[in-house]
Design a protein around this ligand. Structure first.
Ligand code: SAM
Length: 335
């Protein structure tokens, strides 16, 4: 091999070490660096931060330096002392109390997804998720494994919740849904998308349909009883009859399941749907030749390691919908 002819492997080195960046972000969040800086009225010194997060001076210094290098923190010097503060993005997205906080998602990525990805080679070899190896739970029933404890279920719900606070409005307004008044959000989880839906469409009522223990937690912790236009329905969408509605939302549901199970579910939706009604499928879309976007390609690997499903192209979703009786399918791609 003529190594002199090859360009310096910048990309490969960056990919090899990409996890160092993820772990730096996870650790800074877990130790509360961004919350501490946000709660302080002034920029803090290394000593203040180390004391505030209860960590070693040396470790904190290296963590803060890396976060500064990643543009998650900024520094300025006062009387020869370096002081640290949050960048705008860190203040908005990395602090616990922000309405668009990503800290719960980061925690789930760190404590669950990262551990599953340790077994990615096994997942690729075996073509199945790795809950058993990662967490010692059999995964015959996917959501039994995902919700292996009450605590895990709540963490998963928090993960699901956070992204719709950021881009849920764009999702529910990608199509004009104003003609649909009775809406069922199947697998509606914490209700974050239901909330965006009732905000965007003043005439609709949304029912969150989910497994009984999810509905109970959603009621208790996520959806305020004051919201008269959001209600709940406990059930299993594979086992129980689906109520009649004008519109069914299936957000990040089909990517959990095989084509066969997706058609089984969509066929039930089609049978229950009122004439003139529809289904809104919300998923990360692969482009038609599967050549991107990279995020969707990586999510599809994540679906392999964690679920029974995969990410799909618009045409693949259209084929599932057609096979279940739906016609007039439209696709919109966002960011
Ligand atoms: N739609 C939500 C969102 O986008 O934030 C949650 C998506 S989450 C990946 C899948 C949801 O489907 C969970 O809330 C889960 O509890 C629910 N679910 C899984 N199996 C179900 C079943 N058999 N019947 C009803 N809901 C189910």
């Amino acid at each position: 091999i003529n190594t002199a002819a090859a360009a310096y492997p910048r990309k490969i080195l960056d990919y090899m070490e990409g996890f160092l960046i993820s772990k730096t972000l996870f650790t800074a969040c877990e130790l509360g660096v961004f919350d501490l800086l946000a709660s302080s009225q002034r920029p803090l010194s290394l000593e203040d931060v180390a004391q505030g997060i209860g960590a070693s001076l040396d470790g904190t210094e290296r963590l803060l330096a890396a976060c500064t290098g990643l543009d998650l923190l900024k520094t300025h010097t006062l009387d020869r002392q370096v002081l640290y503060s949050n960048t705008e993005q860190s203040r908005v997205y990395l602090t616990e109390s922000s309405p668009v906080s990503l800290t719960q998602s980061i925690r789930y990525s760190s404590n669950t997804i990262y551990l599953c990805w340790h077994y990615l080679s096994d997942a690729v070899r075996e073509g199945k998720n790795q809950y058993e190896k990662a967490f010692g739970v059999k995964s015959e029933d996917l959501f039994e494994a995902l919700y292996r404890s009450e605590e895990e279920m709540v963490k998963f719900m928090q993960l699901m919740n956070s992204i719709w606070n950021i881009c849920g409005r764009d999702v529910v307004t990608a199509f004009d849904l104003s003609t649909f008044t009775t809406i069922y959000d199947l697998g509606g989880c914490s209700g974050a998308l239901a909330k965006q839906c009732v905000l965007a469409y003043p005439k609709c009522n949304v029912t969150i349909f989910d497994l009984p223990k999810v509905v109970k937690t959603s009621r208790e912790h996520f959806v305020s009883g004051d919201n008269q236009r959001i209600s709940f329905h406990e059930g299993d969408f594979f086992k129980h009859a689906l109520p009649e509605a004008d519109l069914y939302i299936l957000a990040r549901i089909l990517h959990d399941w095989t084509d066969e199970r997706s058609i089984e579910l969509l066929t039930k939706v089609h049978r229950a749907c009122r004439p003139g009604g529809g289904v809104l499928v919300v998923e990360a879309l692969l482009c038609e030749d599967g050549s991107g976007p990279l995020t969707a390609q990586l999510y599809s690997l994540n679906m392999l390691v964690q679920t029974e499903g995969k990410e799909r192209t618009g045409a693949e979703y259209a084929a599932l919908l057609n096979a279940s009786g739906f016609h007039s399918i439209q696709v919109r791609a966002g960011n």
